[in-house]
Design a protein. Structure first.
Length: 279
């Protein structure tokens, strides 16, 4: 799709008016759902159930010991409720190359914490009309797109109780990195070979063009990823769980690891605050 220069220059001005529409009570701390469904703002149904993790089956087969698998969604929600008081409504920014694994886990994380979910790139695309790809916007007017990225992050970082899947632009400038410091940033490290399969669950091989684009973006963003408060590596989690196939790691298992890392971060922060108090 072609985008005229005049059209690409106007979408940045729409962003400030778009967020209040999606998030009318941005500065409240109420945990009650306020929104209906949207393409980039969505609370997942709490009634979804999944099958036992394939990784547990791998462990049982290799060790001969039966591994008990409780409801994985319940485990995530219990951990979320455990850490919620210490989290105090702080927003969570998920950085890393764009892929369905990060997106699905981010939505589950938002549901479990009773937060709102946003995709920063999709917000910009929706401000431009909703039917334009993020890549097309970047190619049409990269300068305006970057300005809009910063504007979106500025507004999101001023709010609370959000899980934000941030685009690569969030870690490619010092201004945007500073905005991420208003919340907790987590790098979701997914191998390029998996991310480049796109959203097609039947794809067994990465798409060459998508792989090249993701690789170029990764190389530009790598230093920014390193500034995240914590790293969740799909490869390390698969090894920990005994999964031979990385793609059998579930969204629930990833979300649980994210919550554990957040719990560690909140404990360290609390210890530092207590140590700094005068006697």
């Amino acid at each position: 799709m072609e985008i005229s220069a005049s059209a690409s220059l106007t979408f940045s001005g729409l962003v400030p008016r778009l967020l209040p529409f999606f998030y009318p009570q941005a500065r409240t701390t109420s945990s009650a759902p306020l929104l209906s469904s949207s393409s980039s703002v969505k609370l997942i149904s709490p009634h979804r159930r999944i099958a036992p993790s394939p990784c547990l089956a791998d462990q049982s087969a290799s060790t001969g010991i039966k591994v008990v698998d409780s409801d994985p969604i319940d485990a995530v929600k219990r951990k979320a409720m455990d850490i919620a008081p210490e989290l105090k409504g702080a927003s969570i920014f998920l950085v890393g190359i764009s892929n369905h694994i990060k997106t699905n886990m981010g939505k589950l994380l938002a549901e479990s914490l009773r937060y709102y979910y946003f995709d920063s790139d999709k917000l910009i695309a929706e401000a431009a009309g909703g039917n334009v790809s993020v890549q097309a916007l970047k190619e049409a007017d990269e300068k305006s797109f970057k300005e809009s990225e910063t504007e979106v992050l500025k507004q999101l970082s001023s709010m609370g109780r959000l899980v934000v899947c941030a685009g690569d632009g969030a870690v490619q400038s010092l201004t945007n990195l500073a905005l991420l410091r208003h919340g907790i940033s987590i790098w979701i490290d997914v191998p390029l070979e998996i991310a480049a399969k796109g959203d097609d669950p039947l794809s067994s091989e990465p798409y060459p063009e998508l792989y090249d684009a993701l690789k170029a973006s990764y190389e530009k963003s790598r230093k920014g990823y390193d500034t995240a408060d914590a790293v969740i590596s799909l490869e390390r989690i698969a090894t920990k769980l005994g999964c031979e196939d990385l793609e059998t790691v579930t969204s629930e298992e990833l979300a649980l690891e994210v919550l554990k890392e957040i719990e560690k971060l909140t404990r360290v922060k609390k210890m530092m605050e207590e140590a700094s108090r005068p006697f």
